[in-house]
Design a protein around this ligand. Structure first.
Ligand SMILES: [Zn+2]
Length: 338
């Protein structure tokens, strides 16, 4: 009898808790189920990423595949890591920060089988503008950087110019992440001068993937980034909440050797950048500052997180040093400077 009473008391308690405590979470869930997301913009944007089954970035998955088929890629990247860390430490010791302007001529390969994919020159040009703003901290939304991170927000002095646009008619609906779009023999478009030019392939990747990049040290034949047509630039066919050109900013960050801010692991996994707080996973949607993870405030507004385009607006000084170190003597992108 006593046991039955205890069970009843327990059941009442559980029912009370379910009704009272998780009000915010539960309300959000209920709103989602009812399709009413008006009152919670954070949930709305986060949901739109997940409900559409979109994947912010497939760079790490592509790296794993490349490592599996290229036995010496891992050691090559480790050598680059050692060199870049040496350059960063030397600059720090000498109290110099790279001040020279780095200019990156950019080639855009538009691979299309319909009008939406055959994006306009204006759409392409809007993306180059975003890259130049984001990499020089002239993006208007940098004014939203919280005070905590204001001191480490970086002007990288890396600039991009549109060198040429190639338009390749194709018959495929999607291209996947196996670099098929980077070869004319597969109906795509061959890389052009990867030692001196950034190559960007704009096409439908498929699988809800927004973009992916190749890290320095990998094969020259596939060097560059790939971005899905409707997430490239700020005009024409772009689709919210990824309509501010930040997919490309993020992928170019990888192309310049940046990792995701959570280091693609738990709190102990580093992104090899000193000033980015430790984290243990991506943030989605538009998180309200501060978000605490790994006992510090996450830098959710960093371009290397997974937040919506409107909610990421800065690189850090540490990321700047890391990106610029790939252009150092013997660095993997030294040829861009020569
Ligand atoms: Zn990424």
């Amino acid at each position: 009898m006593k046991t039955i009473q205890n069970i009843l008391v327990l059941m009442i308690l559980v029912a009370l808790l379910a009704n009272c405590i998780p009000s915010k979470k539960r309300n959000a869930d209920t709103e989602n189920q009812e399709g009413n997301q008006q009152e919670n913009p954070e949930t709305q944007t986060s949901d739109s990423l997940q409900s559409q089954s979109l994947i912010r970035c497939s760079t790490m998955e592509v790296l794993e595949k490349h490592m599996a088929r290229t036995p010496d890629l891992r050691s090559k990247m480790e050598t680059i890591e050692t060199l870049c860390q040496r350059v960063i430490q030397r600059n720090k010791k000498n109290k110099v920060s790279g001040t020279d302007t780095i200019s990156i001529p950019t080639i855009v390969h538009v691979i299309y089988s319909n009008d939406v994919e055959n994006i306009s020159d204006e759409q392409i040009s809007s993306q180059i503008d975003v890259l130049n703003q984001d990499f020089t901290k002239t993006n208007e939304d940098s004014s939203q950087i919280p005070e905590e991170f204001m001191g480490i927000a970086a002007e990288t002095n890396i600039h991009f110019s549109l060198d040429s646009i190639l338009r390749i008619p194709a018959t495929r609906d999607s291209w996947g992440t196996d670099d098929q779009m980077k070869f004319a023999s597969n109906g795509g478009s061959n890389v052009i001068s990867p030692e001196t030019h950034l190559n960007i392939w704009v096409c439908t990747i498929g699988g809800g993937i927004l973009g992916y990049a190749q890290f320095p040290g990998d094969s020259a034949d596939t060097d560059g980034i790939v971005v899905s047509s409707q997430f490239f630039g700020t005009k024409g066919s772009v689709t919210p909440p990824f309509n501010k050109g930040r997919t490309t900013t993020h992928e170019v960050g990888h192309w310049l050797n940046l990792r995701h801010i959570w280091g693609d692991g738990n709190c102990s996994q580093d992104d090899f950048v000193e000033d980015t707080p430790r984290s243990d996973g991506p943030n989605y949607g538009c998180p309200e500052y501060p978000i605490v993870r790994c006992e510090s405030n996450d830098i959710t507004m960093n371009f290397m997180d997974y937040t919506d385009d409107a909610c990421m607006y800065m690189f850090t000084e540490g990321q700047k040093e890391r990106m610029r170190s790939v252009f150092a003597i013997d660095g993997p992108r030294e040829s861009f400077i020569k």
